[in-house]
Design a protein around this ligand. Sequence first.
Ligand SMILES: Cc1cc2nc3c(=O)[nH]c(=O)nc-3n(C[C@H](O)[C@H](O)[C@H](O)COP(=O)(O)OP(=O)(O)OC[C@H]3O[C@@H](n4cnc5c(N)ncnc54)[C@H](O)[C@@H]3O)c2cc1C
Length: 502
Amino acid sequence: MTSTSQQFFSSLRERLGPEAVDTAPETLARYGANLLPGGDRLPSGVVYPGSTEEVQTVVRAANTHGVKLWPLSTGENRGLGYKSPVRPGQVVVDLGRRMNRIVEINESLAYAVVEPGVTYAQMYEELGRRGHKLMMDTTSGPPEGGILGNTLEKGAGYSPYFDHFGMSCGYEVVLPTGEVVRTSDGALPGSQTQYLSKYGYGPFLDGLFIQSNLGIVTRMGVWLMPRPPVVRSFFFSFPDDEDLGDIFELVRPIKLNNVVPTLLKVTGDLYAVGTEETYPFGRTGGRTPLSAELRKELREKHGLGAWIVSGAFYGATEEAVQPLIERVKAHFLKSGKARYISHAEAEKSRILKIHIDTFSGQPTRDELGLLRWRPGGGAAWFLPATPMVGRVANEHQALSRRILAEHGFDLILEYACGPRMSRALHLLIFNRQESEERQRAGRCMRALIQAYADAGYPVARAPIDVQDEVMARLQGVPEVLSRIKKALDPQGILAPGKYGIE
Ligand SMILES: Cc1cc2nc3c(=O)[nH]c(=O)nc-3n(C[C@H](O)[C@H](O)[C@H](O)COP(=O)(O)OP(=O)(O)OC[C@H]3O[C@@H](n4cnc5c(N)ncnc54)[C@H](O)[C@@H]3O)c2cc1C
């Protein structure tokens, strides 16, 4: 540890108390851990502020001693960075440990105010304690993941409130120089509408704090929806890989015309069965990836096809939603290839229940089963955009299958479909303990990013291993961000290198 970091840690021990600083080797190992091909990145220490004022103290001390910080809310960003800073030696500011209060729930205006450590599981429990009058949108990821951290990553769920940034309002931010700024209507002292009116007055600042290193967000409003009395999902299973094109053509009008209020998920076979199964190395004699025949066998074991389409309706009664279900049934069954699976039938399947849960605002642990598809604990997300055009979807499917197969990996893919664009959620699962496989996974991730970028399809989020490379492909924006960074963080203390911003 350098003498400047030592001075930094001693000054914080003095001002925040000894328990607010941890530099024990096991703590550094835990916070340096991630699941990515590039390896762990150990911080030089971890600090646990307990209030906005204490975050200001940490930031000011970092400026005084020239120490670099890495903020975390709950540190559950699995497959994108987990707890690990973008660069070794940065000091983790774990906000979630002590700043984890649900500050307010307003039931009539349907919003909550949260600190960084508030998890999906915690909010679900609190809403339940209050009689489930309100429903939150949740991810299908770890229930101990945080609402604020996920929002700052441009995370998303699947209900009508899927767009977590869109459904957040009014940030309290500690700037890299230590001042506090409140965005949206919160900028007016005494404002009564900070958590209600998103865009405020003048240029919209909130976006500056998303996927960035321009401030530490210490509080945020999140909009909730009144919980509908009845949530009824529907499922359609399609038998063949090439059906993806037809599925996209069927989904687009349903979303453009707002027939279904949720996103529509189009889940690939291995994304579905991989939550329950592990790679059958015994059957393949150790060969990878899984052959089309074995893949078919595995999905048929679970009564599923190559793609499963799902969505949900909300209503006052079962009778009110049934005609809507009949309408989508007629729409999808006209393809002649789809098999309908009802909500009641799906509830009996652990695999399909994951989707019912996410459409119902209920956190689930079951999708995390995907992380066990292969041994060795490696996982990385690749998240490009695909237009809602069947031809393009099938081209993308072929591109991804080819690149993954060339590197010996399986296509584990789910599309989260809106009216115009779908987020193609690729999960690359690999053995991180095997150095050759780990390096191959790194090459595969880069080959996917390159191929999609060359074809004109950017990603929305990227693992810390490649954040700078992805940013470097953009034109104009990196230069503007770098100028803003220099203005707001002249000493470059806040997470330099995050999302490629210096
Ligand atoms: C099987 C599986 C399914 C998943 N499903 C989904 C899904 O449906 N949707 C989805 O979005 N994700 C999903 N994920 C990804 C991920 O696990 C979640 O998005 C996770 O909730 C985000 O991590 P977090 O909330 O713990 O944020 P953190 O890890 O705390 O932080 C995330 C990022 O934001 C920054 N940050 C955090 N807090 C602050 C702050 N207060 N101020 C400034 N910067 C900050 C951090 O530096 C970090 O870069 C899934 C993962 C897995 C493994």
